[in-house]
Design a protein around this ligand. Structure first.
Ligand code: PLP
Length: 386
């Protein structure tokens, strides 16, 4: 058979649109060329508008993990008492980043299947003394989403002195975020639901977060210091480190696509895709790890049926033979299921290909399913959609 196109079905990197690749492949200009600096400035304005940030959007070279570090390095001092609520791998990563920096951290490690609710956060904060709360919007190891709006609004109302930092890496561009709810620092990176290639992180800091930065005085970091970048992000003709020119063009095109669809419409589409894929997967015996209001719109953990004839690695190898790449599970879920990303700019063709590859892998592994059972659910659902 001819070598098939590889379907990237992991929770980032994601398949990217042809126009994003074309932007990436443009002839590089100098970072001082007005054609570039104007485009970069427009991108930053669009990024601020997208999440309703009253402060600054920092778009820089580096992966999402750099965003995690940048967010806390600029807003937390050793005098702060920090509450981190984690319900998975990336929440735990944040705990380790903060502990390594010597912060005074209380870690609340929730069950991997039940994210911390607004009521629980309220209960934890009422024990007093916290000045910073850190949470993960969508936990990539479990496919669980927190009720961010409720938590942020509760925080603003009852604990206005607490700075709220949110890891939005697996969420931004697929799950709604409005920083005016009460989120002070939010960040993501280019290769997830924004739909560009790996290489960039975007950190948004509102006015409260920028004031907190100012109160810290000098910090030891240079590359991730807000103070070094504020002049650049407010006037892209200025220099601190060379911006990733081509990555910025690619991200600009990805954000243009997002805005053309509309932020809210895009988030609705992600929720509809997630629900439809889950129904299709249930038709061939899989179940989603997270249910109801906790099910993420951007990725899912699909647990294997109990009568699975093959092991996890063998199953994922079968998906790979069918041209798809899915991710293994982490931590508590390792070996019990696989992770599928369904974020950014997947169209109907792509969604069918995703589920089709999984279904053929099931047949290849001798699972007792009716060929086309999952695809039938997809086709019926997609035919009703715009
Ligand atoms: C992917 C991810 C990260 C890390 O991003 P990298 O680009 O891999 O460094 C952090 N947090 C969450 C929730 C993620 O999904």
């Amino acid at each position: 058979m001819i070598t098939a196109k590889k379907l990237v079905m992991v929770p980032g990197p994601v398949p990217v649109s042809a126009s994003v690749l074309q932007s990436l492949g443009r002839e590089p200009l100098s970072h001082t060329d007005p054609q570039f600096t104007d485009a970069f400035q427009e991108l930053l304005t669009d990024l601020r508008g997208m999440v309703n940030c009253d402060g600054i959007a920092f778009a820089m070279a580096g992966s999402g993990t750099m965003g995690m570090e940048m967010a806390v390095a600029n807003t937390i001092s050793k005098n702060d008492k920090v509450l981190i609520c984690s319900n998975g791998f990336f929440g735990d990563r944040y705990i380790s980043i903060c502990e390594k920096r010597g912060y005074n951290v209380d870690a609340r490690k929730a069950d991997w299947l039940s994210p911390v609710t607004a009521e629980e956060v309220d209960g934890l904060l009422s024990s007093g003394g916290y000045s910073v709360l850190v949470m993960t919007h969508i936990e990539t190891s479990t496919g669980a989403i927190i009720q961010l709006e409720a938590i942020a609004k509760m925080l603003r109302q009852k604990y206005p002195g607490v700075l709220f930092i949110v890891d939005g890496v697996a969420a931004c561009g697929g799950a709604m975020i409005d920083m005016a709810w009460g989120v002070d620092v939010y960040f993501t990176c280019s290769q997830k639901a924004l739909g560009s290639v790996p290489g960039m992180t975007v950190v948004w800091a509102n006015k409260r977060a920028l004031a907190k930065r100012e109160s810290l005085g000098a910090i030891p970091e240079s590359y991730v210091d807000f103070d070094r970048w504020i002049p650049v992000m407010t006037d892209t003709k200025k220099y601190w480190g060379t911006p990733t020119v081509n990555n910025i063009w690619a991200l600009k095109e990805a954000v243009r696509i997002l805005m053309e669809e509309g932020h809210e419409a895009r988030c609705r589409r992600h929720a509809e895709d997630a629900a439809l894929i889950a129904s299709a997967m249930e038709a061939i015996g899989f179940s989603t790890a997270c249910k109801g209001e906790f099910r993420a719109p951007t990725l899912s953990v699909f647990l294997y049926p109990s009568d699975m004839p093959v092991g996890d690695e063998q199953f994922r190898a079968a998906v790979a033979r069918e041209g798809g790449l899915v991710a293994g599970c982490l931590g508590d879920f390792a070996g019990r299921g696989f992770r599928m990303g369904h974020m950014a700019n997947l169209d109907k063709h792509m969604l069918i290909c995703y589920v089709g590859a999984v279904e053929r892998a099931c047949l290849r592994c001798g699972m007792d399913i009716k060929p086309g059972a999952a695809l039938a659910v997809m086709q019926e659902g997609l035919a009703k959609r715009d």
